[in-house]
Design a protein around this ligand. Structure first.
Ligand SMILES: NC(=O)c1ccc[n+]([C@@H]2O[C@H](COP(=O)([O-])OP(=O)(O)OC[C@H]3O[C@@H](n4cnc5c(N)ncnc54)[C@H](O)[C@@H]3O)[C@@H](O)[C@H]2O)c1
Ligand SMILES: O=C(O)[C@@H]1CCCCN1
Length: 340
């Protein structure tokens, strides 16, 4: 067994070796499925340890996983800090350590920021593929940071939206993102305007209180992804869906037990899919504080043991799983080893 020192793979090299999040889809779909298969799936992944850096409103997460199918062993170390006006540092910083599972030797130290951005967007895309209404024309992204960009890139590559809308708490940042992505994006002044009639909504903010409200979901029946509202007794008319909060909501932020992005009404009235039940019940304020019932893990939808129900309003609550980083780090390391 070689005792060569570990290689260091920088953010620029990760970006070069993993140019598109979509390259991760097959590996991630398999890993999510294996995770939800229990011990037979061969994924070892304890609940991540998250410690507070209390004086600075920061957190350090430690995320180990082993995937037998990939024969890959890794740990991500990720820090995330609540917004502070005086800091130029990114809110999330990460490093992934990739080990040789056969002997425990450290093989690579990889920048984890690009991996986190791309694997998270890829997982949201997997959920969207299963949960979005058909057809889905309007994509709405709430937030304008790192994840907003990676989700924009992945979603516009993988789906045929005719309109993309963007809202951010500080509009200037939304305008900057919109002007830098190279596609048509409509920046909206309010969340309500942004989500009005959207088919897929991605929430990627550092919000700690709800920004998306169920009251914006107009009462009615969802039939094949179209909202049908009773406009006169006995008459069901396909309306313009003026205030539909999206048929498929991808909630990526609010990863602390007391943080929210979605309100109780939306959580309780939607079919709720999570990446990990254990993590959702320990870490997600949207799940814990709303008391919403979890319908399935994404891996169960992928395996077909639970139906996806794209005709209903759905929420995918993503907290991020260590095995996603394992898959992504191995992909990058294999590409690096192959001399790509
Ligand atoms: N589920 C996962 O796998 C996963 C992975 C990485 C990040 N995340 C989460 O996704 C979210 C976005 O991460 P990011 O890396 O893009 O962060 P970022 O700092 O790059 O962007 C955060 C965005 O949220 C906005 N924002 C900040 N405070 C807000 C508030 N109180 N209300 C509304 N908007 C606010 C900012 O203006 C910015 O546009 C975070 O909550 C993060 O923890 C989840
Ligand atoms: O899975 C992740 O990488 C992130 C870390 C920060 C909190 C949310 N989840």
């Amino acid at each position: 067994m070689s005792s060569a020192p570990p290689v260091f793979i920088s953010a620029a090299d990760v970006e070069r070796l993993l140019p598109r999040a979509s390259l991760l889809l097959p590996g991630l779909e398999a890993a999510l499925s294996n995770f939800s298969a229990g011990p037979a799936g061969g994924v070892e992944q304890p609940l991540r340890a998250v410690l507070r850096v209390r004086p600075y409103r920061g957190f350090l997460g430690v995320m180990p996983a082993y995937s037998a199918a990939d024969d890959a062993l890794s740990t991500k170390l990720v820090t995330f800090y609540e917004p502070r006006g005086d800091s130029a540092a990114p809110s999330h910083q990460a490093t992934v350590l990739l080990f040789d599972p056969r002997c425990g030797a450290l093989r690579a130290v990889l920048d984890g920021a690009v991996i986190t951005a791309k694997r998270t967007a890829a997982v949201s895309a997997i959920a969207t593929k299963l949960l979005m209404p058909r057809p889905a024309a309007v994509l709405c992204i709430l937030g304008a940071g790192v994840q907003a960009r990676s989700h924009y890139e992945a979603f516009t590559e993988l789906f045929d939206f005719t309109e993309v809308r963007l809202w951010n708490r500080t509009e200037q940042r939304a305008l900057q993102l919109a002007s830098s992505v190279g596609g048509a994006v409509r920046v909206c002044g309010t969340v309500r305007d942004a989500v009005c009639g959207a088919d897929v909504i991605v929430t990627v903010t550092m919000a700690t209180a709800p920004i998306l409200f169920g009251e914006w979901v107009k009462p009615g029946a969802h039939i094949n992804g179209k909202l049908l509202t009773e406009t006169a007794p006995g008459l069901l008319m396909e309306n313009m869906r003026p205030l539909v909060a999206g048929d498929a909501v991808q909630s990526v932020g609010a990863s602390r037990p007391d943080w929210r992005e979605l309100d109780d009404a939306l959580m309780k009235s939607s079919v709720l899919v999570v990446d990990s039940r254990e993590a959702a019940l320990a870490e997600s304020g949207d799940v814990i504080l709303s008391g919403a019932e979890i319908f399935a893990e994404l891996g169960e939808l992928l395996k077909g043991t639970k139906p996806a129900q794209p005709e209903k309003t759905t929420v995918f609550k993503s907290l991020g799983m260590a095995v996603e980083d394992t898959v992504a780090a191995k992909f990058v390391y294999d590409a690096w080893s192959a001399g790509n």
